[in-house]
Design a protein around this ligand. Structure first.
Ligand SMILES: Cc1cc2nc3c(=O)[nH]c(=O)nc-3n(C[C@H](O)[C@H](O)[C@H](O)COP(=O)(O)OP(=O)(O)OC[C@H]3O[C@@H](n4cnc5c(N)ncnc54)[C@H](O)[C@@H]3O)c2cc1C
Length: 333
């Protein structure tokens, strides 16, 4: 049986950030992921300045596609706003593999199925043993399922469903567009350009609200692609969109049971306003590492519940440039 002090299940942003921090603090750890990297992760790939900061990312030295936006273009049913706010886009296919490699943690390609506790250790699939176990396996994380779900069930009304496609496209419009609440969509759709001719198109909404309305996400997706065609944002593309589901932040803050921890989507940490999950995944991964290496307590207090302060966004979009406040989130690490 293979043994490590810490085993991290999942090598996405939560798992790789945790591994990176643990290795830097001299803690032995092993990452298990069911996929071999680089792997596709359905995601628009929008990242915030907080992600760049938390990961200590040197943008100039990052070897893959990285695009910065000085504004986001928000479209509401009766008004459009373009607040100045520095945001970025990456491709998850590149970003996740790069982060994992940078962590310098060993990686085994293994799909975790069973977990049991034996004394002070966790035994995984009768093949791995560890003292500390970290669930960073996303929505279907086996650590959440086996150890946390009963104590901390996810609230159905926090579930989001999203459809997206990322593809090479010689785009003419390099702005990042977001359309909210179109045709009663309980969510928003996006057009996110990437550097060097890639683009991500997608749409997401709350599952229970869609059901209550007798609605479905595919109908909204069809409207989105028709609109992109009409507006000449994407033309003549034969779409092959895929879907995925995850949870925005709820009330439950159960994040540790004995020496087992959950982080990122496994803990349902995406922001309530934008369903942004990369930032919370990174931050939670770093906090788990600190808890293990330094013995600090682990909680979600410094993980933002919202991506934007609405009032600040409005003021910033409407005020003349010299009077605009900087848009920042509250919780700094
Ligand atoms: C369509 C869509 C668009 C999105 N757009 C954005 C965006 O633009 N910006 C943003 O911030 N957030 C976005 N999100 C949310 C974001 O993608 C997630 O919140 C984020 O990826 C969570 O990171 P994570 O590390 O917790 O999980 P993940 O990135 O899901 O990584 C989990 C890893 O665990 C592995 N794994 C799963 N099960 C097992 C198992 N049994 N054994 C071993 N390994 C396993 C998986 O292979 C995967 O590599 C989007 C989500 C969707 C669905």
């Amino acid at each position: 049986m293979k043994s490590a002090d810490v085993i991290i299940v999942g090598g996405g942003p939560a798992g790789s950030s945790c591994a990176w921090s643990l290795k830097r603090q001299g803690v032995d750890c092993l990452v298990l992921d069911k996929e071999s990297f680089p792997r596709t992760k359905l995601c628009a790939g929008w990242i915030t300045p907080e992600v760049v900061e938390d990961l200590e990312l040197d943008i100039a030295a990052y070897p893959h596609r990285f695009l910065s936006f000085k504004k986001l273009h928000f479209h509401f049913p009766v008004i459009g706003l373009s607040p100045p706010t520095l945001q970025h886009s990456i491709r998850r296919y590149e970003f996740d593999a790069w982060l994992l490699e940078r962590s310098a943690a060993p990686l085994d390609t293994h799909k975790v199925q069973t977990i049991r506790q034996q004394g002070e250790e966790y035994i995984i699939d009768e093949q791995y043993r560890c003292r500390y176990l970290i669930g960073a396996g996303g929505t279907r994380c086996p650590v959440y399922r086996e150890l946390f779900r009963q104590l901390s069930p996810r609230a159905a009304k926090k579930q989001v469903v999203a459809l997206e496609e990322e593809f090479p496209y010689d785009y003419r419009n390099s702005k990042c567009h977001l359309w909210f609440f179109e045709k009663d969509l309980p969510g928003y759709s996006w057009y996110v350009p990437k550097a060097d001719g890639y683009i991500n198109i997608g749409i997401g909404g709350f599952v229970t609200r869609l059901k209550q309305q007798g609605d479905d996400i595919k109908t909204h997706w069809d409207r989105l692609t028709q609109k992109l065609e009409r507006k000449k944002l994407v033309q003549g593309h034969d779409y092959a969109q895929k879907g995925y589901s995850y949870y925005v932040r709820g009330k439950s803050e159960v994040c540790r049971i004995d020496n087992a921890f959950i982080s990122g989507d496994a803990a349902g940490l995406a922001t309530k306003d934008m369903a942004e999950g990369i930032g919370p995944a990174v931050r939670s991964g770093l906090l788990v590492a600190e808890a293990i290496a330094q013995g600090t307590s682990y909680d979600f207090a410094t993980i933002s519940r919202k991506s934007f302060e609405t009032r600040q966004l409005l003021i910033s979009a409407l005020l003349p440039r010299p009077y605009r406040p900087g848009i920042q989130r509250k919780n700094q690490l």
